[in-house]
Design a protein around this ligand. Sequence first.
Ligand code: ATP
Ligand code: MG
Ligand code: MG
Length: 549
Amino acid sequence: ETSKPGNFITQIIDKDNESGKHGGKVFTRFPPEPNGYLHIGHAKSICLNFGLAQRYNGQCNLRFDDTNPEKESVEYIESIKRDVEWLGFQWSGEPKFASDYFDELFDFAVQLIQAGKAYACELNAEQMREYRGTLKEPGKNSPFRDRTVEENMAIFMDMKDGKYKDGEVVLRAKIDMASPNINMRDPIIYRVRHVHHHQTGDKWCVYPMYDFTHCLSDALENITHSVCTLEFQDHRPLYDWVLETLKTAHPQQIEFARLNLNYTVTSKRKLKQLVDEKHVYGWDDPRMPTISGLRRRGYTALSIRNFCERIGVTKSDGVVDVGMLEHAIREDLDASANRVMVVLNPIKVTLTNYPADKEEIFTVGNHPKNEEAGTREVPFSKELYIDAADFAEVPPRKWKRLTLGGAVRLRGGYVITCDEAIKNEAGDVVELLCRYDENTLGVNPEDYKPKGVIHWVSAKHAVDARVNLYDRLFVNEAPDANYEDKTFLDFINPDSLTVLTNAKVEPSLVASHKGQGFQFEREGYFCRDLKEDDLVFNRTVTLRDSWAK
Ligand code: ATP
Ligand code: MG
Ligand code: MG
């Protein structure tokens, strides 16, 4: 692992290890709030935190940051565990919950009160805002700031005992209302919330705030390096203040730039909106940038880890081209996925000179660059399907497919020549009458040259399947930006899903397993859907990047 390139965080850790700052230990954590499914941005944080632990033979905790019970659920907890494991990482011991520490956190708050460093405050939300001041103006002290320790203790106990309604009173740290950093202006550390908690049930009606909870949870777990995204930089003085004031262990908070991907939204709130308003079929819709959506789309864990490695870890925000993510899965599947033949929009081909009762079996290689991938048997007979897009009555220039009077090779089979196109009343071509050249199996014809190679299936042996052609969910590079008159919903790609119900797949695909990835020859990379029992395939990515910028 140490052979992998480092980054500014590994430089910090290397220095700490030299100086023995944390006793040479590296203990990290990945701390999701269970208020949604994990997305590709979280994958970056997961790869970073678990990757650091691997690199330094340390440990990484999975900790649910569960201080907002109203928005959280066990469904989200389960999905997060599944996704972290699927990405290939194992947390240290049991998963942890910030709510495991509610007793300790309450005691820490009591300690702050006793040290004269926290007070109960009854300003309402509007007054609180007004007293807080602005970036340009210092705040004002709350009229409740100088309560005695005894009074504060009594109120805090009453808060815990349910004697206050939601919002009537809060506990605040007593720091500095004139601090240039607004986070230090007596931040709220506890509030009253009469809600059920998915882990602690109805035990509590006071809940600690994130900034109070997070640093202390890190300290209680003996985390050495608390890695988080840049927006927490301004919270670091508070992180340090709490730990210094309470004289606990003192992990080091280190901020890195979050992942922003173009053509993508990565905010749980917005992803939840897409699900709730039914713009997609669920959190694991293959168009979603969630880990579960990417998995169902056919992304492998390896491709996501490779992507996270390549984008690197920096200290300044930037936008990564979603093409890099697509490149990562193309690269993995090009190497690992077997090739098969699937006709997406079938048109019938009848070989007029092929005996009606004859059948052949061709043995076809599964992978052009890897013999170890073996071979499979592909049946051949008088009636075939090819893709409608592979025939043109009036071909454009440089046409490399089938046309009237022209010849093409059937992949792994014979060369055929088209004699006649049969049309229906509407004038659409519904069947092609062709001749096969029996001397062309694995051999080029001597006196004419086939125009190209096309894929096909034997009509009699083919199996029906549904194919979901997915495309990017947003047509705008920055769907998430602030627009005067538009929201991200206005940029949803109306063609992000095309369902083909009439695809014909070669019979070998009946034995495919859910989630298995393939290259459909000449069409793209696809995977068998993870959920559907029927033969349903999802397009993971096209063979080439076809998005014009
Ligand atoms: P969101 O804005 O999507 O709701 P969040 O930060 O509120 O994300 P958390 O569940 O708190 O979601 O995130 C868990 C961890 O993942 C945090 O340490 C957070 O910094 C990190 N993380 C979240 N989004 C990204 C991202 N886009 N890039 C890198 N890390 C991220
Ligand atoms: Mg968060
Ligand atoms: Mg959030």
